[in-house]
Design a protein around this ligand. Structure first.
Ligand SMILES: [Zn+2]
Length: 59
């Protein structure tokens, strides 16, 4: 099951809407508590950091 859980940082509530139904602010992606793809995200993050460093070196 692929569920996109989003969270409003202002109200601290979870929703599936891109816009918080309570305050109207944009929600951000939230990682489901039971299923944690932390390793995957970490890999992407490390790659992003590496790319960033490479970009700086090129300058
Ligand atoms: Zn909100």
């Amino acid at each position: 099951m692929r569920t996109l859980i989003r969270k409003c940082n202002y109200c601290k509530i979870y929703t599936m809407d891109e816009i918080c139904p309570k305050c109207g602010n944009k929600t951000v992606m939230a990682i489901p508590m039971r299923y944690s793809p932390a390793d995957k995200f970490q890999k992407y993050r490390l790659r992003l950091i590496k790319d960033d460093e490479n970009g700086k070196n090129n300058y």
